[in-house]
Design a protein around this ligand. Structure first.
Ligand code: SAH
Ligand code: MG
Length: 195
């Protein structure tokens, strides 16, 4: 991969206020991926491709990332970025709403990274669990949502997102087939590993 291009992609994404993965969150995930070396990786929420490009460094041989994005202009930028970073063979962008796309997928994934609309996390979890292989891992970003999730915050227009994130975390923690950790890095990261 082209590291110089990656640095430019990151800089431009930050300038454009695209909510790309935070450095400390990325570091934690990359550390886990080093041991897993996933071959099949699913990302929900591509944005401009920054995180997918970063993760592509940690795939097993012939590993691939499927990544879903619903905003057409972001898909275009992601395609350009992936090309610039020279990782086109490793990343497959699926354009569309993940709520519609996920039920059409019938793959087995080693890793699923959830990083899209917070109100849909419980649905994304259901779909991730359906496709998660043995020893699979689910990572979910932004699960503490600026601290709202763990506070008594329940006003405001984000309250559906907050409610659904709480439900998502409860389902993760109550699921006996998973070992779940919730870390206060970045905007909150959940790591759930199949036992
Ligand atoms: N993973 C990226 C950041 C993703 S930001 C990175 O770290 O570089 C979240 C993205 O998810 C946004 O681009 C948004 O358009 C997309 N998104 C939100 N809800 C979605 C949905 N239901 N289906 C597909 N994409 C969605
Ligand atoms: Mg995020």
């Amino acid at each position: 991969m082209n590291k110089e291009e990656l640095a430019k992609i990151k800089e431009k994404a930050l300038e454009d206020h695209i909510p790309i993965i935070m450095d400390d969150t990325l570091e934690v995930i990359e550390k886990e991926l080093r041991d897993v070396k996933p071959n099949k990786f699913l990302e929900i929420g591509t944005a401009v491709g920054y995180s997918a490009i970063c993760f592509s460094e940690f795939l097993g041989e012939d590993g691939r990332i499927d990544t879903i994005e619903r905003e057409a202009d972001r898909v275009i930028q992601a395609r350009q970025n992936i090309k610039k970073a020279e990782v086109e063979e490793k990343i497959n962008i699926i354009e569309g709403d993940a709520v519609e796309i996920l039920p059409t997928l019938n793959e087995t994934y080693d890793v699923v990274f959830i990083d899209a609309s917070k109100g849909k996390y419980p649905f994304f979890l259901k779909e991730a669990l359906r496709m998660l292989g043995p020893n699979g891992i689910i990572f979910a970003d932004n699960v503490l949502y600026k601290g709202y999730v763990m506070s008594d915050y329940n006003k405001h227009k984000q309250r559906t997102a907050v409610r659904n994130l709480r439900e998502f975390l409860k389902e993760l923690q109550e699921n006996e087939t998973l070992d779940t950790k919730i870390l206060e890095v970045g905007d909150g990261l959940a790591i759930a590993r199949k036992k």
